[in-house]
Design a protein around this ligand. Structure first.
Ligand SMILES: Cc1ncc(COP(=O)(O)O)c(C=O)c1O
Length: 386
């Protein structure tokens, strides 16, 4: 594969930083997690940042801290990674799914209110593929119904709404540093928020509910536990990588934007597909990938198209393989069927995610576009003959 969908952009700086941690004696509870939090807060403009072991852990931690449990409901977009729903489900609360807009893949805001009940406690939005949800409208609904708003920012590092970084319009935003994301720490996540009291609770509950950090302990090993909590901390090794990655983030984002623009232009008038828009105005995308949506006539050909791309050395991916409520666990538990969430189902079935990451340049974009165009032309030709 000479054009992989994504590769972690690990340089000598990250290697040196990890070696420095390994050469020392502090692998957890050291200064690096805090330095990474400060750097991330500075980049996003967040008043508070709390490092966690993954985005899933961060979302679960927030719902846990909010005290959600059996009998509560959270509005969740159908078109997302299962983590968005699992984080709700793990508390005993019920995810109530809402279909997507076809145009952007984001939650269909016009359908949120119909899904709200007296049991609803929160709305979680996902900035699908780095294209921000219009938070003004979501916040207006949340205000009317007195709901907490969580932003799943796993794919939206660098994306902004009205000039404000995603994650800061709602009550909290959670990012992922899994290897294919905008920056990586191998595994890892970060919560950003404005509420200092909630940030304090998250710090407590991500570390067993222990009342003092290592630095605050007068006698080593002596502490009290004042609440229930997990071990959702980030290690110094992961944080060391994160510190170096944040420094490179502006360059990564510029490269992604350039690649996306070049590839969009090449693909503009390709028959049989449309390009999912990546706006740069009030809503500013951070170009996680370039998603093409195949016309209905090509829906059954998606796997073949992706295979043909692979044979040309071009990586691609699918976001996401099925709407979450169509996955066996949710289907079996809540009785959802294929007729529900038709827009999310169509996007799951007919989209292909193409690479625009900083590991690639404009020559790669030209090759990807050339590959797609050729495949679509040949397929159109053979379909019209049969
Ligand atoms: C929208 C979304 N939310 C959450 C996650 C889970 O992130 P993590 O692996 O850091 O828990 C992903 C993973 O790709 C995702 O795409």
């Amino acid at each position: 594969m000479n054009i992989p969908f994504a590769i972690p952009m690990i340089g000598q700086e990250e290697r040196d930083a990890v070696r420095e941690v390994l050469d020392g004696s502090i692998l957890v509870h050291g200064p690096r997690a805090t330095i990474f939090e400060q750097a991330f807060a500075e980049f996003t403009g967040a008043p508070h940042a709390v490092s966690v072991s993954s985005c899933t852990a961060g979302m679960h931690l927030i719902y846990f801290a909010m005290g959600y449990g059996p009998g509560d409901e959270v509005i969740v977009p159908a078109q997302t990674h299962v983590a968005t729903a699992h984080a709700v489900e793990l508390t005993g609360a019920k995810p109530v799914f809402v279909d997507s807009e076809l145009e952007t893949g984001n939650i269909d805001i016009s359908k949120i209110e119909a899904a709200i009940s007296s049991r609803t406690r929160a709305i979680v939005v996902v900035h699908y593929l780095g294209v921000p949800v219009d938070m003004r409208q979501v916040l207006a609904i949340a205000k009317r119904h007195n709901l907490f708003v969580l932003e799943d920012c796993a794919l939206s590092l660098g994306a902004k709404v009205d000039g404000v970084h995603t994650g800061l319009q709602g009550d909290a935003g959670v990012f992922s540093f899994y290897p294919v994301k905008h920056i990586t720490t191998a595994e890892g996540g970060m919560v950003i928020l404005r509420d200092g009291e909630l940030a304090k609770q998250l710090k407590l509950k991500k570390a067993f509910g222990v009342d003092r950090t290592h630095g605050e302990r007068k006698v080593p090993g002596m502490y009290d536990v004042i609440t229930l909590g997990f071990n959702y901390r980030m290690s110094e090794i992961h944080a060391a990588i994160g510190i170096e990655q944040v420094k490179k983030l502006p360059t990564f984002l510029t490269k992604r934007a350039e690649n996306h623009q070049v590839l969009s232009e090449y693909l503009e008038s390709t028959d049989g597909l449309r390009v999912l828009p990546a706006p740069m105005g009030r809503l500013t995308s951070c170009h996680y990938c370039l998603a093409i949506i195949l016309d209905d006539g090509f829906a059954s050909k998606r796997a073949q198209i992706m295979d043909l791309l692979t044979t040309q050395g071009i990586g691609s991916s699918v976001y996401y393989p099925q709407p979450v409520p169509h996955m066996s666990y949710y289907r079996n538990k809540y009785g959802y069927d294929d007729t529900q969430f038709p827009n999310a189902a169509r996007l799951s079935r007919q989209s292909i995610a193409l690479p625009v990451g900083p590991h690639l340049g404009s020559r790669d974009m030209k090759r990807i576009a050339g590959g797609i165009k050729k495949i679509m032309e040949e397929m159109t030709c053979s379909m019209s003959m049969s």
